[in-house]
Structure formats: C-alpha cells, structure tokens
Ligand binder design. Structure first.
Ligand code: NDP
Length: 382
C-alpha cells in the first residue's frame, strides 16, 4: 500500500487522479486532500477514502468543512499555511494539481519532505524555475511531469541520455480558436470549449491563447536541460502525439495516446511500473490522419512572449505567469477582450526594469505579487 496526497483534489486533474485511485483503492492510503473552496467535493472525497486531513484554502469555508466532516474523524483545516502543512506530511506520492502560482507554496512543502511529486501545476515551476529545481536536488525529491506533453517527453527519454538529444518537440492542439478569424469578440464560453481535452477553465483559456504552450516551453526548459533553442513547438490538431524527442542519430521517439489526462497521471502514479486504465486501445485507422503546422505567432504571440521570458530568465517567467493569471481571470469575468490577454502580459513585461532574479520561495512570491499589482493597475487605473 502506498500513501498519497492530492493538492487540488476537486479540480479536473484532481478528480481524474481520484478516479484512478478509486479503481485501485486497495493500493492507496490517502493522507491529505485539498481544495480552494469546494467544501462539498472535498468532504465527499475525504470521507470516501478516509483521508487523514482535508484542507480548504479559503479560510471562510472552515466552518462548513468542519460541519461536512463531522463524526468522520478526518481533520479539517483552512488557509495557506494549513495547505503547506498538509502538503509537508510525508507520503510516497504527492499529486500537485492546484491551478496557478497559488500551488507553489504547497508544492515546495511537498518537495521539502523529499518524496515523489507528480507535477501538473505548471505555473508553480514556471514561476519558481531554478528555485524549485534546486530544492528538488537539495531534498532528494523526485519530480514526475504530469502535463501530458512533458510526461510524453519523460517517457521518450527513458533509456536515452539527455546528452544525446538533438531536439524536443512539444505538440500543441492549437486550441479551439486556431481557425477563428476575429479574436477580439471571442467569449469565455468559446475559449473554454477545447476540441480535444476536458480541463479546468484557466488552462482551457491558456490553451486558446497558446499561453499554455508558452508555459509548457518554460516548464520543459526546466525539466529537460537540452537548451531552449532545441525545444520546438508544432501544432498537431488531433492531439494523438503528445510530444517527441529527437536523438542525435536521427531517431525521433514519440508518445501517442488518447486525449485523456488519466494516461499521464497513471504513468506517474505507477512509475516506474505501469498500471491499468480504462482506456480503449488506440485505433489509428479510425483516426486516419495526423497533421502538423507551424504555430502562428502573429495571431497568437504567447509562445514568443514565453520564449523571450525564458531567454531573459530571472524574474521574467514569474512576471509573465502572474500577468497571465490576472489577464485570464479578467477575461473570464468578462472585463477584458480575449485579444487583450497577450497585450496585457506584454505590457507588464515591458513596464520598466524587471525585479532581480528570485533566489528563495519568498522572493518568487514577492515577484508574483508585484506583477499581479502591476497587471491590475493597468487593467484598473486609479
Ligand atoms: P481546475 O480549475 O479544474 O482545479 C484546480 C484545483 O485547484 C481545484 O481543486 C481548486 O479548488 C484548487 N484551487 C484553485 N485555486 C486555489 C487556490 N487559490 N488555493 C488552493 N487551491 C486552489 O484546474 P485543472 O485541474 O484543470 O488544472 C490544475 C493544474 O494542472 C493547472 O496548473 C493546469 O495547468 C495543470 N494541467 C491541467 C490539465 C487538465 O487536463 N486539466 C492538463 C495538464 C496540466 P476548488 O475546486 O475548490 O476551486
């Protein structure tokens, strides 16, 4: 039996993790489950698996959580410090599936206990970059990429040597707006209607703007040290190939599979072994054709902005991420047009000198907060 904590248990990745745990319940002991404010979903999962502790980030929901867990013997807690305390409890596996930089503190707490972390929460790695990878090395933790593209690359690297890699290709579906001409009038409903994947609202908008691929480029840069100029992006609308690794002898390895996050999640949960999932076998004749295109950075500048931020290094990726989080929230609240998301991110990046490169978690969080303030000031001038 292995112990597991799921940070962001009520979200899309969290629920798909729970689905896999439920199918193999005898193999797992659930320690901590967390959410932001979804008390009903969190309490139901905590009761189902007899979790040790359930935490909501929103402190105002603590009373409701206590009530929902009454009589169960499960600890209830709330707030950011409680999230980190729960994430720091020793477990064999932590699934990091909080959305946004809000997940960074808990991920770092999990890293500090030296366990294995299945990382879906890409914004945490994008913001903290070297601070996180250094902590992983210092504490002997293991980071397993759960993002489908990075999980594909990780799998293609098994048995290979990073020094033999000529290039890495991240595939991108292109999102729901790839062929939409007028991007200025796109609604949140259109932007979240992803053609291939069923995901949370924030990552769905990121996929529509291509910021998701931009964040993934920075994520790949930290996970697979081959050099930024060797990481490419190709649009592949069918989302069958999840990414590729080209070796110096001309061999390119690709990982293929259905567009279902349970595949990369299962690969992390069972690593280095394999486990059963309810996936139907890949039916290539039914898929018929796989096609590939170059990204259109004139219409979708996000990947250019992310590459520039990664090249600049230091605080730039954290600033890019924070500005994007503010812009996406404003778009989902119908306060700004879709086409303004990238404009806002670029304005924040171009606004004066960037802060110094953060060296600690606290410094990363300060850069994040400062960039959020700048983005908000541009959106809502006093
Ligand atoms: P969701 O929005 O579906 O879920 C987010 C989870 O995080 C929920 O449990 C939510 O709680 C919790 N949460 C939200 N805000 C906070 C906060 N401020 N503090 C603590 N917890 C919070 O997101 P996804 O599951 O789609 O994505 C999670 C992460 O995984 C993201 O980083 C995303 O980029 C990445 N990812 C997602 C994929 C997908 O298919 N969905 C694919 C690859 C990567 P509550 O329910 O209470 O709001």
């Amino acid at each position: 039996m292995r112990s597991i904590s799921i940070l962001g248990a009520t979200g899309s990745v969290g629920e798909q993790t729970i689905d896999l745990i439920r199918r193999n319940a005898a193999d797992w002991k659930v320690v901590a489950l967390t959410a932001n404010s979804n008390v009903a979903g969190l309490a139901a999962a905590a009761r189902e698996f007899g979790a040790q502790v359930a935490v909501v980030a929103d402190e105002r929901r603590l009373g409701d959580l206590r009530e929902a867990l009454a009589g169960s013997g499960i600890e209830a807690a709330a707030g950011r410090a409680a999230l980190c305390e729960a994430a720091a409890r020793p477990v064999d596996m932590t699934v990091a599936a909080i959305v946004g930089c809000a997940g960074l503190g808990p991920v770092m707490a999990a890293i500090e206990q030296g366990g294995t972390i299945a990382l879906a929460n890409k914004e945490a790695l994008v913001s903290a970059g070297e601070v996180m990878t250094a902590a992983v090395a210092r504490h002997g933790a293991t980071l397993l990429p759960t993002d489908s593209e990075h999980n594909a690359i990780f799998q293609c690297l098994q048995g290979g040597r990073i020094g033999d890699v000529r290039s890495i290709t991240l595939t991108a579906s292109g999102g729901p707006l790839r062929l939409v001409e007028d991007l200025s009038s796109v609604t949140p409903e259109q932007a979240v209607a992803h053609p291939n994947w069923d995901m949370g609202a924030k990552i769905s908008v990121d996929s529509a703007t291509m910021f998701n691929k931009g964040l993934e480029l920075i994520e790949a840069h930290h996970l697979f040290p081959v050099g930024l100029d060797r990481i490419r992006i190709v649009v592949h609308p069918q989302s069958v190939i999840h990414s590729m690794v080209e070796y110096r002898d001309g061999s390119t390895l690709a990982q293929l599979g259905p567009s279902d996050m349970r595949v990369p999640i299962a690969s992390c949960l069972a690593w280095p072994a394999r486990m059963d999932t309810p996936m139907a076998p890949l039916d290539l004749p039914a898929i018929g054709e796989l096609s590939f295109f170059r990204p259109d950075e004139a219409r979708f500048p996000a990947t250019r902005l992310a590459r520039e931020a990664a090249q600049a290094g230091g605080a730039a990726p954290a600033v890019l991420n924070a500005a994007n989080e503010v812009a996406v929230a404003a778009f989902l609240d119908r306060k700004i047009a879709f086409s303004r998301i990238a404009v806002l991110v670029e304005s924040v990046l171009d606004q004066g000198e960037l802060p110094a490169a953060p060296r600690t978690l606290e410094e990363v969080l300060r850069v994040d907060e400062d960039a959020r303030r700048r983005a908000t000031r541009i959106l809502e001038p006093a």
